[in-house]
Design a protein around this ligand. Structure first.
Ligand SMILES: [Zn+2]
Ligand SMILES: [Zn+2]
Length: 380
């Protein structure tokens, strides 16, 4: 879709060049060289009556150790088709303090208005970044980021997070496997258990940028925590992701909401109605991945039946992907097409032996546990 647009816009520009360059008041403009600016649409149908919002709950700016001014985050979110985002600067880590006044609420306040203009739901957040272990925790839907900092060197890690809890924040454990060689860092440690028992841990960032922290998916499922996928962008999104390529998208959390409002995002996060989406993978609780796949993938009634020489019949079907997600399927039971690749907004032809009730496939581009793909059945 992107490539087509580019070809179209360069054709238009070429025709324009043939006519005349834009010259006014003695200045010639080379508009054909400009980057076309538009908001990407990521098509995902409603899932059982829920809208699917595209969200990133973990980004940084120059107000901690990021490389960009907060307004850039809004531009990127708008262009990348996001519905909601949080800027979550580290509460403790101000890399540019010699040049920028420390204000832990600034990154939110500087873009509050701009986000509204751009139709982006902006959620106030911060990253509470302690030694690893226990590691880093994001608190979103907070009221005031400045009160989350360590008051003194003796403050315990737990107290820092409980301050966010007192603000009624949604709290999730970030990138638990980011330092796998540090002893006790990629484990369900007593610290995390204590937070969990206090009901002060609500989710885990199972996908952080380009890394899927597989053990954390099992923790989410076994303990009823929300699965999240975020960029943790410190630099430009376009520096980390090759956005010139078709089908490349930033890592995000797909959130199934009743309405496109901050309250609904919060309700859905609390209820755990999320699927993390990164590269070609969908990662989440079985129920939600299943509902999402079922909303996107449809098998149409057979349009042709072929008589075979051995007396059997083969039925032909179209299988449709009505979304911008991407699926790879592998046959697990029944007789039919063994492997199916469903590109965004497209269909494929498959066949199956007549007389079967159903066939089943593993969606190999999905994970519903660290060692398990979603399995789906189609009735024939
Ligand atoms: Zn950082
Ligand atoms: Zn972090």
């Amino acid at each position: 879709m992107k490539t087509k647009l580019l070809i179209l816009s360069s054709l238009v520009s070429f025709a324009f060049l043939l006519q005349a360059q834009e010259i006014s008041n003695g200045v010639m403009r080379f508009n054909e060289q400009r980057n076309p600016i538009y908001r990407e649409i990521i098509n995902i149908p409603e899932v059982n009556g829920y809208q699917v919002l595209k969200c990133d709950f973990h980004t940084h700016t120059v107000f901690s150790d990021g490389q960009v001014w907060p307004t850039i985050r809004v531009q990127e979110a708008w262009e990348g088709g996001l519905d909601a985002m949080a800027v979550t600067d580290h509460a403790e880590r101000q890399r540019h303090e010699d040049f920028i006044k420390i204000d832990r609420n600034a990154s939110y306040e500087l873009i509050e208005e701009l986000s509204k203009k751009n139709n982006i739901i902006l959620i106030r957040g911060a990253e509470i970044s302690r030694q690893t272990p226990p590691g880093h925790f994001n608190a979103i839907f907070i009221e005031d980021a400045s009160s989350l900092i360590k008051d003194n060197a003796n403050e315990k890690d737990l107290e820092a997070i409980m301050k966010a809890f007192e603000q009624d924040a949604f709290i999730f454990w970030n990138h638990p496997g980011w330092k796998p060689n540090v002893k006790g860092s990629y484990e369900w440690i007593p610290f995390v258990e204590e937070l969990y028992k206090k009901n002060a841990l609500h989710g885990i960032e199972v996908i952080n940028g380009f890394g899927f922290h597989m053990k954390a998916l099992d923790w989410c499922i076994d303990k009823g925590l929300t699965v999240l996928g975020n960029t943790d962008a410190h630099n430009l999104i376009g520096r980390g992701y090759d956005l010139s390529e078709e089908y490349v998208h930033r890592t995000m959390t797909l959130v199934m909401v009743k309405e496109r409002t901050p309250e609904s995002v919060r309700e859905a996060l609390k209820a755990g109605r999320t699927v993390a989406w990164a590269s070609k993978y969908l990662v989440g609780k079985e129920e939600h991945v299943k509902n999402l796949v079922n909303a996107c993938v449809k098998l149409l009634p057979s349009h042709f039946s072929q008589e075979n020489q051995n007396g059997t019949k083969t039925n032909f079907y179209e299988i449709q992907n009505n979304s911008d997600l991407y699926f790879e399927l592998e046959l697990t039971s029944g007789k039919g097409t063994k492997k199916i690749t469903l590109y965004p907004m497209s269909s494929q032809l498959i066949s199956a032996e007549a007389g079967q009730q159903s066939i089943s496939y593993d969606v190999t581009t999905s994970y519903v546990r660290s060692d398990k793909h979603l399995n789906i059945s189609f009735s024939l």
